[in-house]
Design a protein around this ligand. Structure first.
Ligand SMILES: [Zn+2]
Length: 363
């Protein structure tokens, strides 16, 4: 690919260059990042630093978001890996924690810089609250690029935009099935409309390694109204993506490894390490639709995650608490159950399932 030529580094030149943003021959010049600082984590070249990003107090309380900066011995791309916007999607949180001490991220072996943020939504983690920050009832992946005059989630989003998004070249946002979601693993590939950027991010997604990929075309294009974290990076010209694994509370070690290995694969793709990046050979490309509940009641799933269902197939039943059936939930299309509601609790408007409709490989 023409946009993946490695930057040429002459003599003792120190240049931070992702293959995406810098393809031209680079003259010898000073190290663009002799040190790298995110929040209170300040690392010199070849160092790992621990710290926090302070979310200032405002109309409600402030708090600290933990962060690690691994500043490689050699210059290279700056990759941010963020998880825990939803603080009960545990596999994704543990996968980023595991990366902190993985031998492949040791500063001595690393070209470039890793910004690792395992847990954005500390209040959700502490209080076992799915989907939202319990302090203001907002999703912590829906308020970007943030607002320092808003509530805690808005201010945290503004801090992450400034400290993480603006300082990185690429961002991976990791999620998983929340407490009520029985989810099969998948990535998203975002179509921004910038062909060069989209080709590069597609290479990142394929390198990551999950073989089911949701094509995401509808996200905002205006950086001032970016809304989601990946979207905030993508609308600022930084090839980025989201991936999900893990489900319904208990942590499966395989899900954790799937995500952390995926990040290591992308690091190989970005030439941050010598790891060979083998792209997914035959990805399943899907477009997703959400099936929501029209009822309050008790939910009984009738198919597992990853089931291939026909249009009109029964995927769940809704009963009242006295065991009387209220409704049969059927699939709105033929497709793959990307996730299905894992818990009996159900109220009107809740998501029952995310259905992936298989589509052609995008051109
Ligand atoms: Zn999530």
């Amino acid at each position: 690919m023409t946009n993946r030529k490695p930057a040429v580094i002459l003599a003792a030149a120190m240049i931070v260059a992702s293959g995406f943003s810098r393809t031209e021959t680079v003259r010898a010049q000073a190290d663009a990042h002799p040190a790298f600082t995110v929040g209170t984590a300040a690392a010199q070249r070849g160092q790992k630093a621990y710290g926090v990003m302070h979310v200032p107090a405002g109309v409600d309380a402030g708090y600290d978001i933990p962060v690690v900066v691994i500043h490689g011995a050699r210059p290279g791309p700056v990759l941010a890996v963020v998880s825990g916007a939803h603080g009960t999607e545990y596999a994704s949180i543990l996968s980023v924690e595991a990366l902190i001490d993985n031998p492949s991220t040791a500063p001595a072996t690393l070209s470039g810089t890793l910004i690792l943020v395992p847990l954005v939504n500390v209040p959700s983690f502490e209080r076992l609250t799915p989907h939202v920050n319990p302090n203001d009832n907002k999703s912590m992946n829906s308020r970007y690029p943030g607002d320092l005059n808003g509530t805690q989630t808005d201010r945290a989003s503004a801090v992450i935009t400034k400290e993480v998004v603006e300082q990185c070249d690429h961002l991976i946002d990791l999620h998983g099935g929340d407490l009520d979601e029985n989810l099969r693993p998948y990535s998203y590939w975002t179509v921004t409309g910038n062909a060069k950027q989209d080709e590069f991010s597609r290479g990142m997604v394929l390198a990551f390694g999950l073989d089911h990929i949701i094509i995401s075309r509808e996200r905002p294009k205006d950086p001032r109204a970016s809304r989601f974290l990946e979207n905030t990076a993508s609308t600022r010209g930084k090839p980025s993506f989201t991936a999900e694994a893990g489900r319904s509370g208990p942590v499966d070690a395989g899900d954790v490894t799937m995500l952390s290995d995926g990040v290591l694969n992308v690091m190989g793709y970005l030439k941050m390490t010598g790891r060979a990046a083998t792209p997914v050979a035959k990805p399943v490309w899907v477009e997703v639709t959400s099936i929501a509940s029209d009822y309050n009641g008790v939910f009984f799933p009738q198919v597992p995650r990853d089931a291939h269902v026909a249009k009109g197939a029964t995927i769940g039943l809704v009963k009242d608490v006295l065991n009387r059936q209220i409704a049969e939930i059927t699939s709105t299309d033929a497709g793959i159950i990307m996730f299905i509601r894992a818990l009996p609790s159900l109220k009107k408007g809740d998501t029952i399932a995310s259905l992936g409709v298989i589509t052609q490989e995008p051109k």
